[in-house]
Design a protein around this ligand. Structure first.
Ligand code: SIN
Length: 476
């Protein structure tokens, strides 16, 4: 049985570095680990290790890579309780959600263990009598992955599992707040038999590590989940080496409730979409538009549900919302709520720091929210549900699309014509109809406009880790 509570970085199969940077529990600031503070030199070593490992790993049979991924999946599932507890400690989300994330993370490893065997090419009818056209897909090479703190496990496996399935090797930089889950996943990958150098995990100076990743001509793809601002910097930094980019960036999700919706179902959908991970997801409902005929009913019912939430330490029984990740996150939520209330929004529940203090914020519902308030154009990334009133379908589609973002969108309606019209009109990479959650390993997750480039999950998630090679076989 692997001891996966590691406090060192993982380079070329070795656990390296000494504890320098404290990792604290966001619920109470208690130090839970000391991790290394690595930089450009160690990143270069990790890239070299990944480059050396690429040849042998990519030459394994797809079935052999698949078997190792399958074993990794089984180990993650077997250790889901402990991994969940570790994740709660470093990230703060309630245990049930943390374990849910571990299973979500595992699902990508399982899916791509299967998909490794299905990276098909094609043949194309040739225009030449003595020629045949064959297209194959080959692994792109070493990839760099930069992952966020809000999903410390799933955003790693959603990136590296398809990369490994394709035959690529990886250097991962987890978020500085949450490296322990990343180290634990690496320890389990090692136990599963992943060869040295295929996965490397480095934590430390974000700019130095990211800079070395971007500059290196040996890194052929950059995959990142995080803010649009950082995504734009990475695009610029990767330009000189013309890397493949996979970017999952910010969102500003509309959640629309039409008059013909099942209001109770819409309330349940809003609860999951808005309050999962204390509102700290890129796909969280950020603007809840409710048609005037059901506005009162929806706001009353949502307020009742929100008041049932239990805020507290993630490892306490019955807790449904943990702390926010850091002080800056709390300050941002306070500022946005203050701005909205100052401009005329009403608080039906919550609206302030929770009595536990620290980084605990009350689950909040705001009514009479209007588009001149700052939260309309900013990702709240906190447990605040702002309700906007609208009258017509055309009006709400225009409001929903009035953003530079285009990741997830949600709406509740029963009229079939409206369902098709609105789904097609929403300028988003993902449209979730009559449900509040759309994340699954079998579907392509990703955005349009400034929400990103590429898709993760499903068979599409493997595309950015392969190159398409056209071979003209002539002289036949
Ligand atoms: C994210 O917030 O970045 C990912 C959310 C998800 O996969 O559901």
């Amino acid at each position: 049985m692997t001891e996966f509570h590691k406090e060192q970085c993982f380079i070329n199969g070795e656990w390296l570095g000494k504890g320098q940077t404290p990792i604290t529990n966001p619920a109470n600031d208690v130090q839970i680990a000391l991790v290394p503070n690595m930089g450009a030199d160690e990143t270069k070593k990790a890239i070299a290790a990944a480059k050396a490992a690429f040849g042998p790993w990519s030459k394994l049979l797809a079935k052999e890579r698949s078997a190792i991924l399958r074993k990794w999946y089984e180990l993650i599932v077997a250790n889901a309780d402990e991994l969940g507890a570790l994740l709660t400690k470093e990230q703060g989300k309630p245990l049930a959600e943390a374990k849910g994330e571990i299973m979500y993370a595992a699902s990508f490893v399982e899916f791509y263990a299967e998909e490794a065997k299905r990276i098909y090419g094609e043949t194309i009818p040739s225009p030449y009598p003595d020629g045949r056209i064959v297209v194959i897909r080959q692994p792109i090479g070493v990839i760099a992955a930069i992952t966020p703190w809000n999903f410390p496990a799933a955003m790693i496996t959603r990136k590296v599992a398809p990369a490994f399935a394709a035959g690529c090797t990886a250097v991962v930089k987890p978020a500085p707040d949450t490296p322990l889950t990343a180290f634990a996943l690496a320890a389990l990958a090692q136990e599963a038999g992943l060869p040295d150098g295929v996965l490397n995990v480095i934590s430390g100076d974000a700019q130095a590590i990211g800079g070395a990743m971007c500059e290196s001509p040996d890194v052929r793809a950059m995959t990142f989940t995080g803010s649009t601002a950082v995504g734009k910097i990475l695009i610029k930094q990767c330009a000189d080496t013309v890397k493949q980019m996979g970017l999952e960036l910010g969102g500003n999700a509309p959640f629309i409730v039409f008059d013909d919706a099942d209001v109770d179902a819409a309330v349940q959908g809003a609860m999951v979409s808005k309050f999962r991970n204390a509102g700290q997801t890129c796909v969280c409902a950020n603007r809840i538009f409710v048609q005037s005929g059901v506005y009162e009913e929806f706001s009353k019912k949502l307020t009742i549900e929100v008041e049932k939430m239990k805020v507290g330490f993630g490892d306490e029984d019955g807790v449904t919302q943990g702390p926010l990740i850091n002080d800056a996150a709390v300050a941002k939520v306070e500022r946005l709520v203050g701005d909205a209330v100052g401009k005329g929004a009403s608080v039906t529940t919550g609206g302030k720091l929770h009595e536990l203090g620290g980084r605990f914020y009350e689950p909040t519902v705001l009514t009479n929210v209007t588009k001149n308030m700052d939260m309309t154009t900013n990702e709240i990334f906190g447990p605040v549900a702002p309700l906007y009133k609208f009258e017509t379908e055309d009006e709400v589609v225009e409001l929903a699309n009035a953003t530079e973002f285009g990741l997830a969108s949600y709406f509740y309606a029963r009229d079939l014509g409206r369902v098709w019209r609105v789904a097609e009109a929403l300028d988003y990479g993902m449209v979730c109809i009559n449900s509040g959650i759309l994340s699954t390993e079998v579907a392509p997750f990703g955005g349009v406009k400034e929400s990103g480039i590429g898709r993760e999950g499903s068979r599409h998630g493997i595309e950015e880790f392969t190159e398409t090679k056209y071979m003209l076989m002539s002289g036949i």
